[in-house]
Design a protein around this ligand. Sequence first.
Ligand code: FAD
Ligand code: UQ1
Length: 446
Amino acid sequence: MSPFGAVSSCSRLCSGVWLLKPGMQSSLHTAARCAARDYYEVLVLGGGAGGITMSARMKRKVGAENVAVVEPSETHYYQPLWTLVGGGAKQLAASARPMGSVIPKGVEWIKSRVTALDPDKNCVWLENNIKVSYKYLIIALGISLHYDKIKGLPEGFKYPKIGSNYSVQTVEKTWRALQDFKEGNAIFTFPNTPVKCAGAPQKIMYLSDAYLRNTGKRSKANIMFNTALGVIFGVKKYADALLEVIKDRDLAVNYKRNLIEVRADKQEAVFENLDKPGVTEVHQYEMLHVTPPMGPPAVLINSPVSDEGGWVDVDKETLQHKKYPNVFGIGDCTNLPTSKTAAAVAAQSGVLDKTISLVMKNEMPVKKYDGYTSCPLVTGYNKVILAEFDYNAQPLETFPIDQSKERTTMYHMKADMMPLLYWNALLKGYWGGPAPVRKLMHLGLK
Ligand code: FAD
Ligand code: UQ1
């Protein structure tokens, strides 16, 4: 028996939030029809890259009517485009689609937020104390942004000269700050936490450098990358290439510098020196790009499915939960020891599909995720270094060319091909990462 009953479920779940805005493609899925039930064979938490991809794959496996996705947002964003939006090369609107249009047809959209997980009872709790049970659970809740951990933010974003490509609210401010640049320091930060797309904090620096050169303002700019890390990138092959770019373009890198405060009214950024506890540095800025501290979603902290850090505790090769065999994790919310990207989600989705198939047949999962992840390092308006690597931080490149070189072809792949691949293949459950392409491409060389 449903905890809210057939009729009351509609009224409780539907109070306004189920209605779609004009123009949204309500016919593509069942969210607007309030058919929420209290049990699904497969329940997916999160309607981002990992959640939508897995619901498409699960629909093929068990039928749309047996799958539901819990997701509160009206809009699904292709976040990788935000680097280019912040650099003025793409419009924000191109990164957005109505959530209803990406949820696979027939799959239930539970437009709510997960508030607690109870894997011992095979159920989750949603807003308004609604309980939903499952046979299999896929957790794809992403990573949370914590601008509020920097003193003076997020309220500092109401001032000009400051932006952040990491949030839909602030990404267009990056482009405005860049266009507004007159003279002084352009500062780009990297926080002291795990992040998604670890290359993005520096990609916007390279775009800004290129923009200032194109507009004749580069000689008036002092560009610096203040990073909490001790290296520019975690894979030596690409780090070496990036350090060359940094030298060529006269960019300054300050390691072990962590942004702790923004005085946006005075255009000042305060950094702690991680090598010298208690020592802080204040920099005046003409432009500031903030990469916020990040962490696991609040609902996962101290949850039974999480490790001590709050990340979903999964087997690194099969993506099956280490303690609950009917629970799986994908993407940024997991403790998979690889760089958090949509490219990683793609490779993980193929493995997880196989893992779940076997678990459904009471067989042992065998497919092994190698940690594949990729970061198209945009180094200009027509240049990309395509970093691809595995759990061992070893390059795992798709194309039989030296991908550490800046290439225009790779820029077009990032800017024009990847969005198509994302919307039309990944989110539809047909793209499990480039491993088959890599094998084909490298065949000719053997
Ligand atoms: P997300 O796609 O973030 O989805 C998480 C979903 O969970 C969201 O829809 C959220 O609303 C939902 N959610 C959160 N809490 C709850 C809750 N309590 N209940 C229900 N739902 C909830 N990747 C690349 O591969 N290449 C790139 O070039 C690249 N560049 C990037 C540049 C930027 C500026 C950014 C921000 C990201 C970039 N990424 C890139 C990273 C990529 O976007 C993410 O790694 C990817 O989206 C992760 O997918 P996910 O499903 O784990 O999380
Ligand atoms: C990828 O698969 C992917 O997910 C769709 C991305 O996210 C947008 C990427 O940025 C990249 C680089 C890949 C890998 C794909 C190829 C063809 C190298």
